[in-house]
Design a protein around this ligand. Structure first.
Ligand code: GRG
Length: 298
């Protein structure tokens, strides 16, 4: 299956699932449902769930087995954006082309919508009886770890502490691997858990995810300089305005473009390795599908 087919067939099914889980568990009349649904429905690119489901597809596992993990991941990503946009953090008015959650519902409800999405993610995974109990425990533990105080939350703290200080490239990478990379890596880790992938395939796929995560962040930094506000759905030029440490600020714009290409090539190599291991185990891995995802970052 090509990425184009995947986006046309699998992603709409997932989109319905993502919205339905909230709508069938919560009451439509309740403010908490409306504020959570507002941000989930606001039109994110769904890169993380796409990576999770595409990894399952590449390993020939029915994608439906990954719907609860992919939804949990997108709920947590959405919560992190709602909280990141709050006045106490990045203080943004626009997200996904729409007013930020707190601009519509107020700060208190926005905090609670984030809390609701974070906790609902684990409820959804815990009650997915189509997965074995041991897989559910592994998935919930991995997700909690990726989103928790050693990874995403810590990355956010380090990012805030690093503001207005000159960071080294290694320090910047560490922040990104935690702040945005950890959730991206969970996408692939979850697929490996569900697919019961062997250790050698899992290691290569996780390395692919790590390069993917870094490439994603470099691209995000580049777009903040040369991107189109109407396409991005958010203001550009914010990194420079807030004196943020970014790949272009450390490496120049040209250097950042080179670094992006380096990460994408490294990611491709990991896929080649994963495919070799898969072949040895008699698995026909759809490497092209995961390679095509990298092209979204070019
Ligand atoms: C509040 C605990 C806590 C953590 C927040 C991820 C994060 C941590 C903050 C986001 C800050 C930010 C804008 C980082 C740049 C990279 C990034 C994560 C962009 C948003 O992700 P996309 O592009 O967004 O996948 P969509 O809207 O498409 O889902």
């Amino acid at each position: 299956m090509t990425l184009a087919d995947f986006r046309l067939t699998v992603m709409p099914q997932f989109e319905s699932y993502l919205r339905e889980q909230l709508a069938t568990t919560l009451e439509a009349k309740d403010t908490i449902f409306q504020s959570m649904d507002y941000s989930v429905a606001a039109g994110g690119k769904r890169i993380r769930p796409m990576l999770l489901l595409a990894t399952l597809q590449a390993l020939n596992v029915p994608v439906e087995q990954g719907f609860s993990s992919a939804a949990a991941l997108e709920y947590i990503h959405t919560y992190s954006l709602i909280h990141d946009d709050l006045p106490a953090m990045d203080d943004d008015d626009l997200r996904r082309g729409k007013p930020t959650n707190h601009k519509v519902y107020g700060e208190a409800i926005a905090i609670l919508a984030g809390d609701g999405l974070l906790t609902f993610a684990f409820e959804l995974l815990g009650k997915d009886e189509t997965l074995s109990a041991s897989k559910r425990i592994a998935l919930m533990t991995a997700l909690a770890s990726a989103a928790g105080p050693k990874k995403m939350v810590q990355g956010q703290v380090l990012d805030m502490e690093g503001e207005k200080q000159a960071l080294t490239l290694a320090e910047l990478q560490n922040i990104h691997q935690k702040k945005t990379g950890a959730l991206i890596s969970f996408a692939v880790e979850a697929a490996a858990i569900i697919a019961e992938a062997s250790e050698d395939i899992t290691v290569e796929l996780l390395k692919y995810a790590n390069h993917f995560g870094l490439a994603f962040q470099i691209k995000d930094d580049i777009l903040d300089i040369i991107g189109d506000e109407t396409i991005l759905g958010k203001k550009t030029g914010m990194d420079q305005l807030h004196d943020k440490n970014t790949y272009p600020s450390l490496l120049t714009l040209e250097g950042a473009v080179t670094a992006l290409e380096k990460e994408l090539m490294a990611a491709e190599n990991c896929l080649t390795n994963a495919q070799k291991y898969a072949e040895k185990q008699g698995i026909v891995m759809n490497k092209a599908l995961l390679e095509a995802l990298l092209s979204l970052l070019r």
